[in-house]
Design a binder for this molecule. Sequence first.
Ligand SMILES: Cc1cc2nc3c(=O)[nH]c(=O)nc-3n(C[C@H](O)[C@H](O)[C@H](O)COP(=O)(O)OP(=O)(O)OC[C@H]3O[C@@H](n4cnc5c(N)ncnc54)[C@H](O)[C@@H]3O)c2cc1C
Length: 256
Amino acid sequence: MDTWTEIEGKRIHDPLFLKQYQQKSEDSYMSASSTTTSSSSKQCNKVLGPVIVGAGPSGLAVAACLKEKGIPSLVIERSDCIASLWQHKTYDRLSLHLPKKFCELPLMPFPFDFPPYPSKKQFVLYLEAYAKKFGINPSFNRTVISAEHDKTLDQWRLHVIGPNKEKEEYTCRWLIVATGENAETVTPEIEGLTEFSGPVVHTSMYKSGQHFEGKKVLVVGCGNSGMEVCLDLCNHNAQPHIVVRDTVCSCKVSVH
Ligand SMILES: Cc1cc2nc3c(=O)[nH]c(=O)nc-3n(C[C@H](O)[C@H](O)[C@H](O)COP(=O)(O)OP(=O)(O)OC[C@H]3O[C@@H](n4cnc5c(N)ncnc54)[C@H](O)[C@@H]3O)c2cc1C
């Protein structure tokens, strides 16, 4: 549940970072597992059903499927809303990158009149309707900082920081981690970056190209977000350049 673990998890799949971070990763896993906390000033909550960490699309889907089977659950979310990635960490022009048939959640299709690639606003509206339909009311502004399993009691013990920075404890028999793969920003350590005097913006903080009109912008990375941000910058009369670490594959597509 430690946020660094997620970032390291991403880097573990990256051969260029693998060597550099392997040792660091091992060290941090060791120290995380040996952390001890005092429970004297904590509020303790026993949850009868499963606890789901994260109120993104995955967490909501799990809660709905459990509800459908008559199993209540508690969703704990560190942000102040459902789908916080979509609501707080995405650019204005975003629409689903995949056709809607691949993105809908179980038990409730997208509205029939949604376009093949719903906008971010439509997707959030759909998720809000989904949470309402299944009566999912996450416990917001609570960050799970660690989870440990007590084998003797067969219970998970979660340490949580509450809305006013207070320590809380939750115990439950089942724990579902739905904290996402894009929930943490990863900014690469680029030599010389600290000496660069202009703004450095991670895509999770980028909203629109209107702030970059007439400016030269270097976009690092050409995944979906990098490409789309470049297009957005062009549309707002900025002068973007894109830097790509690997080769770019292009293929010929014949249309019949
Ligand atoms: C630009 C962009 C475009 C995308 N387009 C598509 C698309 O078209 N189709 C598609 O299927 N996917 C797309 N994705 C992928 C995206 O990851 C998924 O849409 C979806 O958001 C994943 O849902 P999730 O619930 O697994 O994770 P998230 O949406 O990341 O939700 C995880 C939640 O867990 C919370 N959380 C994290 N850590 C803790 C903690 N310690 N304690 C409490 N809460 C915590 C976070 O605040 C967050 O709300 C896109 C992503 C991006 C960035």
